[in-house]
Design a protein around this ligand. Structure first.
Ligand code: 3HC
Length: 342
């Protein structure tokens, strides 16, 4: 919060007046910052969303990392490695942003590993062919951008600022996926068929990434009032479908939905029903790769224990050295002052 509202925060004396200052800041489209007063439900809902987002970024490294060693050229390998590393970075920005709300990364990772927090449903599907790397870039990162660009205007400052850089990188991810699929689509008949098969498998799970329909979305209404979310799940899903149709034409590929057609009256594409039973099953842990993803994540965490320990002991060593040299220079200056006054 800035200016008038910051002053008002200092002057406010009761929860009701704090709440009024918070509400006014959200209404005026100001950013809420870590030290500002905020309702506990706002804080916990943000931690919930940001944690799930961070978990999605790091779990999302797995399906594509599966193809790094089998990329068909050095150029493709370099692009894919850069993309997977970007996802790790996105996780770090988001865990750091969640830390500003008082929830440490250890606690969040513990919740992920014990199944108490979710990650995106999309990463519970397998990457069967090289074309899946293209389909993930085009559709999954494309869906992520559609959902995440509005988060750059999220009312919580650290989350909004983290999203600016993330969206720039996601944009590169989407472009590389499109370009990869275009090369396959324009390649041999087998390559074209492989690209089409990947799009057929990733299309419906990509639509599920936007979350349940609005009338079943537990958090949307409140999150939109708080301006954490700017659009509902269905609005963003529709926006994505409208963009993807033209892009599929450009690729020379089709989308696997016989009911997909332009609706002049609505000014949008109509599309067929989504299998919400599949979505909820994946969320419950019954997707094709849930078990594999979480097992691999826990293993990576355990295998990384020595890095965390080394970093912690390095930090302690330097902290001790700093405190020692501070107290030495203090005693030297006291000594010098004593000599000067003597
Ligand atoms: N996968 C897993 N869980 C999902 C989900 C999905 N696709 N969609 C919704 N859910 C969960 C919600 O988290 C919530 O569970 P909870 O009560 O335990 O928190 C429940 O289903 C009900 O859904 P709501 O619609 O009420 O939840 P939200 O209002 O939070 O909306 C959301 C869901 C649209 C995913 C929103 O949280 C959001 O925009 N999050 C930030 C973006 C994000 O997390 N993206 C992950 C995508 S992957 C990614 O970014 C990596 C990139 O590299 C591709």
């Amino acid at each position: 919060m800035t200016g008038v509202t910051a002053t008002a925060t200092a002057a406010a004396g009761t929860d009701a007046s704090y709440q009024a200052v918070f509400d006014a800041a959200v209404a005026a489209d100001e950013r809420i910052e870590p030290r500002d007063w905020m309702p506990e439900e706002y804080r916990s809902s943000l931690v919930r969303q940001m944690a799930q987002h961070a978990h999605s970024e790091i779990i999302g490294m797995q399906p594509e990392a599966n193809w790094i060693t089998r990329a068909p050229s050095l150029r493709r390998k370099a692009i894919l490695m850069a993309k997977v590393q970007d996802e790790a970075g996105h996780g770090l920005y988001l865990y750091s942003a969640a830390e500003t709300l008082g929830t440490g990364r250890d606690e969040l990772l513990d919740k992920l590993h014990s199944g108490r927090q979710k990650y995106s449903s999309i990463f519970n599907y397998p990457t069967l062919t090289w074309a899946d790397v293209g389909a993930i870039g085009w559709l999954v990162d494309g869906a992520a951008i559609t959902n995440q660009v509005p988060l750059c205007r999220c009312s919580y400052g650290p989350y909004a600022r983290a999203m600016v850089r993330i969206c720039k990188e996601e944009s590169f991810h989407q472009r590389q996926g499109y370009e990869l699929l275009l090369a396959l689509s324009q390649g041999t008949p087998d390559q074209h068929a492989m690209a089409q098969d990947a799009v057929n498998r990733w299309w419906w799970p990509s639509l599920m990434m936007f979350g349940p329909p609005d009338d079943e979305s537990a958090h949307s209404a409140q999150s939109m009032t708080w301006k954490i979310k700017r659009h509902s799940n269905d609005e963003l899903r529709q926006r994505f479908v409208d963009i993807a149709v033209g892009q599929a034409e450009g690729l020379g590929l089709t989308l696997p939905d016989p009911e997909l057609r332009w609706n002049e009256e609505r000014g949008h594409h109509d599309f067929g029903p989504i299998d919400w039973t599949e979505f909820w099953e994946v969320l419950k842990g019954n997707g094709p790769c849930n078990e594999q993803r979480i097992t691999q994540r826990r293993r990576a965490h355990e295998e990384g224990a020595w890095v965390r320990e080394a970093a912690a002991s390095y930090a302690t060593k330097h902290q001790t050295q700093r405190s020692r040299s501070q107290s030495q220079s203090q005693s030297q200056s006291q000594h010098a002052n004593g000599e000067a006054t003597a």
